[in-house]
Design a protein around this ligand. Structure first.
Ligand code: HEM
Ligand SMILES: [Ca+2]
Ligand SMILES: [Ca+2]
Length: 304
């Protein structure tokens, strides 16, 4: 049973300690923000919000983080959780009392706030998972070429609605992607169009410049071409102009089922922020472990 003051007796300052570490780390490197937000999503969609994504592979177990869908998770997301855990472990009453899953959930709220997004109460009391396999990732994370039907299906599996899916997709208002993920939209798109016709013409040119045909597919580009470091509803305004980076972004506007929501939130950032908080809170409830099927990890990267 999740509750906001789960550690009220054992570690009353948990929120402040995590926030201080997050703020310090964000000051050192902005990437902490998108890295943590994406890490949280990839954790919750595979085996629930249980920090299974943080487990390191061993000679006998290939863990989630080494699945192809996870290898581009930036290290700063893992690092901020490890640093916050260290800070908590330095306080006797908090030592080994806070799950890595809860630290990640708190850190995620704190990075959203650090980027100018809405603050919200974080429910706590998740336990850390006891399994992490690369195989379990397959089919559970959306791909950049997914359309609305596939996205809705995947999110519905996690009890999230189409509205939740659209609100959470707006996380792409922050951070980076690699050129390899967009080549298909800007070169040899299909038999009739070399460039995806739903792409804004000028934006397509910009993308071709940033990602020339033979460039290293690992070169990174901003996902939000307008305000890549700010959590805002520009994501939706960009979609209205054909400036969604992935097919999975742009279809939210081109598909009549999701377009009204995109239009509404492009106009109304208060309504978007509210929907984002609701969706993040629901995301944080996915597949939560209890003391019966989870534990509190001493090292977030290793099973006890
Ligand atoms: C709706 C379906 C989604 C798809 C298809 C998708 C796909 C992707 C892809 C392909 C990347 C770029 C990875 C790379 O090239 O390195 C990316 C980055 C990112 N995604 Fe998503 N994503 C989705 C939803 C979400 C959600 C729900 C969140 C969080 C709530 C999220 C947060 C992020 C962030 C913050 C980044 C930037 C990471 C960084 O800068 O390190 N995404 N996503
Ligand atoms: Ca997980
Ligand atoms: Ca933005």
């Amino acid at each position: 049973q999740l509750k906001t003051n789960f550690y009220g007796n054992s570690c009353p300052n948990v929120e402040q300690i995590v926030r201080t570490v997050v703020q310090q780390k964000v000051k050192q490197t902005f990437v902490t923000i998108p890295a943590t937000l994406r890490l949280f999503f990839h954790d919750c969609f595979v085996n629930g919000c249980d920090a299974s994504v943080m487990i390191q592979s061993t000679p006998t177990n290939k863990a989630e983080k080494d699945h192809p869908d996870n290898v581009s998770l930036a290290g700063d997301g893992f690092d901020v959780v490890i640093k916050a855990k260290k800070a908590l472990d330095a306080i006797p009453s908090c030592r080994n009392k806070i799950s890595c899953a809860d630290i990640l959930t708190l850190a995620t709220r704190d990075v959203v706030v650090a980027a100018g997004g809405p603050s919200y109460p974080v429910e706590l009391g998740r336990f850390d998972g006891l399994v992490s396999t690369a195989a379990s990732v397959t089919g559970n994370l959306p791909g950049p070429n997914d359309k609305v039907t596939e996205l809705n299906k995947l999110f519905a599996k996690n009890k999230l609605t189409q509205e939740d899916m659209i609100a959470l997709s707006a996380a792409h208002t922050l951070g980076f992607a690699h050129c390899g993920k967009v080549f298909n939209r800007i070169y040899n798109f299909n038999r009739t169009h070399s460039v995806d016709p739903t792409l804004n013409k000028a934006y397509a040119k910009e993308l071709q410049l940033a990602c020339p045909k033979k460039v290293d597919p690992r070169i990174a580009i901003n996902m939000d071409p307008t305000t890549p470091r700010k959590f805002d509803n520009l994501y939706f305004k960009n979609l209205q102009q054909g400036k969604g980076l992935f097919t999975s972004d742009q279809v939210l506007f081109t598909d009549g089922r999701s377009r009204p929501t995109v239009d509404a939130w492009a106009k109304n950032s208060v309504a978007f922020n509210k929907a984002f908080v609701t969706a993040m809170t629901k995301l944080g409830r996915v597949g939560v472990k209890t003391r019966r099927n989870g534990n509190i990890r001493r090292d977030c990267g290793v099973f006890n």
